[in-house]
Design a protein around this ligand. Structure first.
Ligand SMILES: Cc1ncc(COP(=O)(O)O)c(C=O)c1O
Length: 394
């Protein structure tokens, strides 16, 4: 009995390390070696690079894995891109049992297909799943399956700087029932859309409205998880900002006016004090911030590569600090950071009926913004190998 308990404990610990629920250990775990591939007989025509619109056209195939409470993860399948058919009572439609990831695959100069820090997306996807009682899985197994999907639809990965194949891993609860409870069925699927550079030529600096009347995320909430339910409520404030001439919301939190994120990106501000000391700041991961892969990459690269007059910090900062330091000439740059655009320069912030101007020193972006974009691009496209951040699909 004692020995049996020990074995069970070791199995539990191993499963948890791999990101699996204790409940799942007797059932099938996600197994990439079971993959079945059915190729399309009606391949789609590929669009030329200049006609690619984000998330509008998709590749020939998709990856799917069903899960049931009873049996665990089923046989992974790559099959022609298709519609779903679900009972109208299915929980995803009623109680937002849905989470997703956003990542990209890049074609390098040797025609290999690469993903950027996809291990981070797998960890975040499991954290999102855990938060809404959907099944977790072995992230490396899903990445092996995504690699096979990428090889199947390899011809859709566009060539050229800024071009990539956007990947959308998604997990939904598929139990057909209006009862609010833990889904006993789920579907993990991945679709892919060829995309062009976020900004056609060079950068386009954006204007933000500092938003305090609507809140994106709050302590104890789910803003640090990539749940679909976090996104729909942000559209109305964005439309309101647009009516006043601003493209995105700068999401504030609390009476203090803490700066959290911008639109669907993390946000960085750069200051220079009267002694010439420079500081790159982003909000700390306090549960209200999505743990962006780009954010983490920028923090690591800047800490390692910026000259000694810079400090790179995660700390709380407010719209009042930005306003005051801009007035003193100490605000030197600001940019959003996320997979879609990598970095997105900010040129002005509307706050209490006035605009705070952010200097744009190098064409359409600040020098730091331009530098950071280039550091990341080189790693994404395999021009520079750095800390195993780029994974070649095999
Ligand atoms: C709310 C939010 N914040 C930040 C990010 C940036 O995250 P990442 O760099 O992983 O794309 C995203 C994009 O996925 C997001 O939706």
């Amino acid at each position: 009995m004692q020995i049996f308990k020990q074995i069970l404990n070791t199995t539990c610990r191993k499963s948890l390390m791999k990101g699996q629920n204790i409940n799942n250990i007797r059932k099938m775990s996600l197994d990439s070696t079971k993959l079945e591939i059915t190729k399309t007989t009606t391949p789609k025509e590929k669009l030329p690079n200049d006609q690619l619109i984000f998330g509008k056209t998709f590749t020939d195939h998709m990856l799917e894995i069903e899960w049931t409470q009873e049996n665990g993860w089923g046989v992974p399948k790559i099959s022609p891109y298709h519609n779903f058919s679900f009972d109208p009572s299915t929980v995803v439609f009623h109680y937002a049992f849905e989470l997703f990831e956003g990542m990209k695959a890049y074609r390098d100069t040797n025609n290999q297909i690469r993903t950027f820090r996809s291990d981070k997306n797998m960890i975040r996807m499991n954290q999102s799943a855990e938060r809404i009682a959907l099944p977790t899985f072995d992230g490396e197994e899903l990445m092996k399956l995504i690699d096979k999907f990428l090889i199947t639809d390899e011809s859709f990965v566009p060539q050229g700087a800024g071009y990539s194949l956007y990947l959308r891993p998604t997990l939904i609860g598929t139990t057909a029932s209006l009862g609010v409870g833990t889904p006993d069925k789920a579907l993990l699927y991945v679709i892919a859309s060829p995309v062009g550079p976020y900004y056609g030529t060079g950068f386009k600096p954006v204007s933000l409205e500092a938003t305090d009347y609507a809140v994106r995320a709050w302590p104890g909430g789910v803003g640090n998880r990539k749940l679909g339910a976090n996104y729909a409520p942000c559209i109305l404030p964005q439309l309101e900002a647009a009516q006043r001439g601003y493209q995105q919301n700068l999401w504030l939190f609390g009476d203090e006016g803490y700066v959290t994120e911008v639109g669907t990106m993390n946000v960085f501000f750069a200051f220079k004090d009267s002694e010439g000391k420079k500081e790159l700041v982003t909000a700390p991961l306090d549960g209200t911030i999505l743990e962006g892969v780009t954010r983490d990459s920028i923090l690591q690269l800047c800490k390692e590569r910026l000259p000694s007059e810079w400090t790179v910090v995660e700390r709380k900062f407010t719209i009042h600090e930005i306003e005051e330091r801009a007035a003193k000439g100490e605000l030197i740059e600001a940019f959003g950071a996320g997979t879609a655009a990598v970095v997105s320069p900010i040129e002005r912030i509307g706050w209490k009926g006035k605009d705070i101007s952010v200097p744009i020193t190098a064409g359409d972006a600040g020098e730091l913004t331009t530098q950071v974009a280039e550091w990341i691009r080189k790693i994404q496209y395999g021009e520079e190998e750095y800390k195993n951040w780029s994974r070649v699909a095999k």
